[in-house]
Design a protein around this ligand. Structure first.
Ligand code: MN
Length: 192
């Protein structure tokens, strides 16, 4: 396997303000994410792929990839940041309404215990499923593609929101890049 690369942010550090501060984005991308990429590459190089090395590799590789999806799935804050097109159709088909989806996703994000992620997955039939990941990969489901992910590790919001994760999750809805979610739904899922 080739080494994985550090992907630059598709926007400036400060562009997600006031939802996510420049300080968090700098630390989150340049320190946390880069550390996962480097650790995954270091583990990949070890020829003796025993279980401990695989666990280390899996943790860091998934950590790197989850952050790629997370950073790619956000954009500058906008009012009434609602999904459009196919993703809206599929959200309505799967959850009844956008409001129902938002409630379910926020509930999943709010109830992650310790460090983890809220995830919207899709399968090849465009069935959508909201769930959680523990750490970066535990509880993962094969055959499902993550379309939208939200980092709820404390390093993702504590500097901006302290312990008010609920507020962070609510504000996140203003910066979801629904175009990217649509791209994932239209691209990756159809090739499953
Ligand atoms: Mn993170």
């Amino acid at each position: 396997m080739n080494k994985i690369n550090i992907i630059p942010l598709p926007y400036k550090y400060e562009e997600l303000e006031p939802v996510i501060s420049r300080q968090i984005m700098e630390l989150h991308h340049d320190k946390h994410y880069v550390a996962y990429v480097n650790a995954a590459n270091a583990a990949m190089e070890k020829t003796d792929k025993n279980r401990e090395i695989m666990r280390d590799f899996s943790f860091n590789y998934n950590g790197a990839k989850m952050h790629e999806i997370f950073f790619d799935g956000m954009r500058k804050v906008r009012e009434n940041n609602l999904p459009e097109g196919k993703i809206l159709t599929e959200i309505e088909r799967n959850f009844g309404s956008f409001e129902n989806f938002k409630k379910e996703f926020s509930g999943a994000a709010g109830s992650v215990e310790g460090s983890g992620w809220a995830v919207l997955w899709g399968d090849s039939e465009k069935n959508l499923f909201v769930g959680q990941l523990e750490k970066h990969n535990l509880l993962g489901l094969n055959g499902l593609v993550p379309l939208l992910v939200l980092d709820v590790w404390e390093h993702a919001y504590y500097l901006d929101y302290l312990n008010d994760r609920k507020q962070y999750v609510e504000k996140f809805f203003g910066i979801i890049n629904w175009d990217k979610v649509n791209e994932k739904l239209n691209g990756k899922l159809e090739s499953c």
